[in-house]
Design a protein around this ligand. Structure first.
Ligand SMILES: Cc1cc2nc3c(=O)[nH]c(=O)nc-3n(C[C@H](O)[C@H](O)[C@H](O)COP(=O)(O)O)c2cc1C
Length: 340
């Protein structure tokens, strides 16, 4: 079943982000989301070559791990979960697609054709596929055939320069279920502004060719309302949000302001759930990115965050949090609240 076609418009998705959108963060984001404000989540990207390799397999499968807690929350809220994969060989996409469909319970598979990182581009994968459009189409077709799941693509608007018409037109020929257009070229990395006119161009192209591929716009969506406005102006069926959740971890909730207590509660939940799911399997230092996300926009956040950054394990982390909570209890809340 192609769930993409059944989503309300505009729909919102949390972007796949390496070392960020693991099962724990997805669980938190989904549990803070207001009803109907978040429809699709993605895993971190997993190499199909690694997945199919005897030794590599163990190193990469954590990216597809879904906890029972996350599964329950997604189910109760009707949020879809898509596995993102990357590679360069259609045969491997066929085999990996087949195994993922058999062994896991994802609603779809997404192919990364956007990652600009040099060492990956050198492997002719991800954004490098923009330079080999025939191979890109073969990869989509092989993944569809192997998995039988809805297959989507996340990509950019060109490699060195903008070539939306050619590149998105090429992808549409094999009718992916959805295309996320991150409106920057490979060369731009994360710099400059996303050019949303290229999202509009992709939608118009899709319409003129009469395809039913959903088009998601991505790049610099700063708030839920901003995404909603962008969908109206640039006609995107869906919006994908990445770094917007760093600025506001309750991006998909109804709240404009997260009180310090709520931020700290979210931080504590994250620390505890991360420990439950990953202790001994992933480095504690991965959490440091999240300290920056949760601990800001309130009084004394800078020193609290600095203290957290010096911690080396869960016990030390929790101790610093509890000490800060004790100090906070002594201050009236209107003095500590800064609008986000
Ligand atoms: C820390 C980080 C990790 C990312 N990892 C991935 C990834 O694994 N797969 C992917 O397709 N894009 C990845 N991206 C790109 C985002 O999905 C998104 O396209 C980009 O951040 C632009 O959207 P934004 O302006 O809303 O952040 C990553 C971005 C960040 C900041």
């Amino acid at each position: 079943m192609n769930f993409w076609r059944q989503l309300p418009k505009p729909f919102f998705a949390l972007a796949p982000m390496e070392d960020v959108t693991d099962t724990v963060f997805r669980e938190l984001i989904a549990s803070y989301a207001a009803a109907g404000k978040l429809q699709v989540l993605f895993t971190e990207f997993m190499s199909v070559e690694g997945f199919l390799h005897d030794i590599g397999h163990k190193k990469v499968i954590h990216r597809l791990y879904v906890s029972s807690r996350e599964r329950e929350i997604l189910k109760s809220r009707g949020i879809k979960l898509v596995a993102q994969i990357w590679g360069s060989d259609p045969e491997n996409f066929f085999k990996a697609g087949q195994q993922i469909a058999e062994q896991y319970d994802f609603d779809g598979i997404d192919i990364n054709m956007g990652c600009p990182v040099k060492k990956i581009v050198k492997k002719n994968a991800c954004s490098a596929l923009i330079k080999t459009p025939e191979l890109a189409k073969d990869i989509i077709a092989a993944t569809k055939e192997g998995s039988g799941l809805p297959v989507s693509v996340k990509t950019r608007i060109g490699f060195n320069q903008v070539e939306t018409d050619n590149w998105i037109g090429n992808l549409l020929e094999v009718n992916p279920a959805a295309i996320t257009v991150h409106a920057r070229t490979q060369r731009m990395l994360s710099r400059g502004f996303a050019d949303w006119n290229e999202v509009l161009k992709s939608v118009q192209l899709r319409d003129s060719l009469n395809f039913d591929t959903m088009i998601l716009g991505n790049g610099d969506v700063s708030s839920y309302n901003d995404g909603f406005e962008k969908s109206k102006i640039f006609k995107a069926d869906g919006l994908m949000v990445g770094r917007g959740v760093f600025r506001n971890p309750a991006f998909f909730s109804d709240q404009k302001i997260l009180e310090p207590g709520q931020r700290i509660q979210m931080l504590k939940n994250h620390l505890l759930r991360f420990q439950e799911e990953w202790e001994g399997k992933k480095s504690y230092s991965i959490l440091k990115r999240f300290f920056k996300i949760y601990v800001n926009s309130f009084q004394d956040a800078t020193s609290f965050r600095a203290d957290l950054m010096t911690t080396n394990n869960y016990k030390e982390g929790m101790q610093v949090i509890e000490e800060f909570e004790d100090s906070l209890a002594a201050v009236p809340s209107e003095l500590t609240q800064i609008p986000v």
